[in-house]
Write a protein of this length. Structure first.
Length: 130
């Protein structure tokens, strides 16, 4: 086993991956409230889900090189920041257009967090037997 700092770093990356995964579904229970308040259909909610997927695909296509340029630690921090901004934007969205934009941001953060933390977890595995 390696030092306590590498175990701590591994634990932080694991927590970041869990938080990133939880942030993707955090707004889903609110969709029924959005439908009542904004008088929108399930098709509009489908657009919000699609925008999330577009954000993930955008990240995988265009932002994946960020990990190689700045490292997995900075990318993870950047992804967490975007996740927080996306969740705040989602909570304060006045209409479906803003909700779609917020879900796109959350998709970007999910793509960044998943790839960066998995690269970091592979590089910082602190235990003797892999």
């Amino acid at each position: 086993m390696q030092s306590n700092s590498s175990v701590f770093e591994y634990s932080i990356l694991t927590l970041s991956l869990c938080l990133g995964a939880m942030s993707t579904a955090l707004a889903s229970p609110l969709y029924a409230i959005y439908m009542q308040q904004w008088h929108i259909s399930t098709t509009h909610i489908g657009y919000a889900f699609i925008s999330y997927m577009c954000g993930v695909v955008f990240t995988l296509l265009f932002l994946n090189g960020l990990i190689a340029k700045v490292g997995f630690k900075k990318t993870t921090i950047f992804g967490m920041g975007i996740s927080i901004l996306g969740l705040l934007y989602s909570a304060l969205a006045p209409d479906i257009v803003h909700l779609i934009a917020a879900r796109f941001l959350i998709g970007i953060s999910s793509g960044l967090l998943c790839t960066a933390t998995l690269v970091g977890l592979a590089r910082t595995y602190p235990f003797a037997q892999k």
